[in-house]
Design a protein around this ligand. Structure first.
Ligand code: FMN
Length: 180
C-alpha cells in the first residue's frame, strides 16, 4: 500500500531531496589514499562505475572532508567496498575518528603506489587519479582502475533509510522471479 508523507510538497527542496535519497540504497565503501606519508580514509556511498574502456570509477567527496585535500592534489585512491559484517569499519572511517585512527579496525594492505587496501573488503578498486570536477559543496574525482581484488561471498553492506542493512535475493537461487 502506498504511504504518503503529510505536507511533503510544502517541505523545502533540500529536505525533500534528503527524504528522496533515503530511498536510494547504496553499497558502503571506504575511499582511501596515501599522501604526504600519511594514510587517509573516508566512508562514502557516492561512488559509481564510470566506464569499462578505460576501466574507471568516480567518487564524490565533500570539499570540507579531510580526504578532499589529497584527492585535489591528484593522489591515487582506492574504493574499498565493505561486507555486510563491516558496519564497524564504516563507522570508524567518518566523524570524530581522524587520520590514522580510521585504520584501527580490519587489516589494511598497501597497493604498489602505497594506497591502503582493506584486505577483507568485498572488492577493492585501486585507481590512478585522472581528473576532478568541482560542483557546489562537492568534487567529483575520476580514477582509472589499475587493480581489482575481490574477497569472500557477495554480501555488501548497504546504507538505506539512514541505516545499515544487507541485500537479500527476491527469489531463492535457481528460481525465476515473478514475471520472468
Ligand atoms: C554511510 C555514509 C556515507 C557517506 N558518503 C559520503 C560520500 O559519498 N561523500 C562524502 O563526501 N561524504 C560522505 N559521508 C560523510 C563522510 O564520511 C564524513 O563527513 C567524514 O567525517 C568526512 O571526513 P573528515 O571527518 O575526514 O573530514 C558519508 C558518511 C556515511 C556514514
Amino acid at each position: 500500500m502506498a504511504t504518503t508523507i503529510e505536507n511533503f510538497a510544502d517541505l523545502p527542496l533540500p529536505e525533500q531531496m534528503r527524504m528522496g535519497l533515503r530511498r536510494l540504497g547504496k553499497a558502503v565503501a571506504v575511499i582511501t589514499a596515501w599522501h604526504g606519508e600519511k594514510r587517509w580514509a573516508m566512508t562514502a556511498t557516492a561512488v559509481s562505475e564510470l566506464s569499462m574502456d578505460p576501466p574507471s570509477l568516480l567518487v564524490c567527496v565533500n570539499r570540507n572532508a579531510s580526504l578532499y585535500e589529497p584527492l585535489s592534489l591528484r593522489s591515487n585512491f582506492c574504493v574499498n567496498i565493505l561486507h555486510s559484517d563491516q558496519a564497524n569499519i564504516s563507522q570508524a572511517c567518518f566523524g570524530d575518528n581522524k587520520g590514522e585512527a580510521r585504520f584501527r579496525l580490519g587489516h589494511w594492505d598497501s597497493a604498489a603506489c602505497g594506497t591502503p587496501l582493506l584486505r577483507e573488503g568485498q572488492a577493492n578498486f585501486v585507481c590512478e587519479y585522472q581528473d576532478i570536477l568541482e560542483y557546489g559543496t562537492h568534487a567529483i574525482i575520476i580514477g582509472r582502475v589499475d587493480e581489482v581484488r575481490i574477497c569472500g561471498d557477495v554480501d555488501p553492506l548497504i546504507y538505506l533509510d539512514g541505516c545499515y542493512t544487507r541485500a537479500c535475493p527476491l527469489a531463492p537461487e535457481g528460481t525465476a522471479a515473478q514475471g520472468e
